[in-house]
Design a protein around this ligand. Structure first.
Ligand code: HEC
Length: 100
């Protein structure tokens, strides 16, 4: 499953060069992956459905607000204050899509 998921992410990345999906993946990799790939400090891992389900249940608005303003060990904007609110919003949407 893990292997399949990364193959499909790579395929999506290839097929959507220049698209916003590509931009979201790039933002995720540079700003979010350090914690959200490893699960550092209890961060929900990308693709971990069990970890994301209760968070997704809060609704997108809450998730985006937490990602923007910070939540427990989650730093505001993942510590990248140069990211715009729109970039955070679409990167959260990407992470949610990959994790449900
Ligand atoms: C320094 C580590 C770190 C980085 C970098 C980081 N996160 Fe997080 N994130 C966390 C942790 C830890 C949690 C879990 C907080 C908790 O519930 O205890 C979390 C939780 C979240 C949640 C769920 C919030 C909720 O309401 O349950 C979202 C959405 C999120 N992060 C998005 C992002 C995005 C988008 C980025 C990149 C722009 C990012 N994170 C970068 C550590 C990080």
């Amino acid at each position: 499953m893990k292997k399949l998921a990364s193959v499909s992410i790579a395929t999506v990345a290839l097929m959507s060069m220049m698209s916003s999906a590509q931009a979201d993946i790039k933002t995720y990799r540079t700003a979010c992956q350090a914690c959200h790939m490893t699960g550092a400090a209890n961060a929900p891992k990308l693709g971990d459905k069990a970890a994301w389900a209760p968070r997704i249940a809060q609704g997108m608005d809450t998730l985006v607000m937490h990602a923007t303003k910070g939540f427990k060990a989650m730093p505001p904007k993942g510590g990248r204050m140069n990211l715009t609110d729109d970039q955070i919003k679409s990167t959260v949407a990407y992470m949610v899509d990959e994790s449900k």
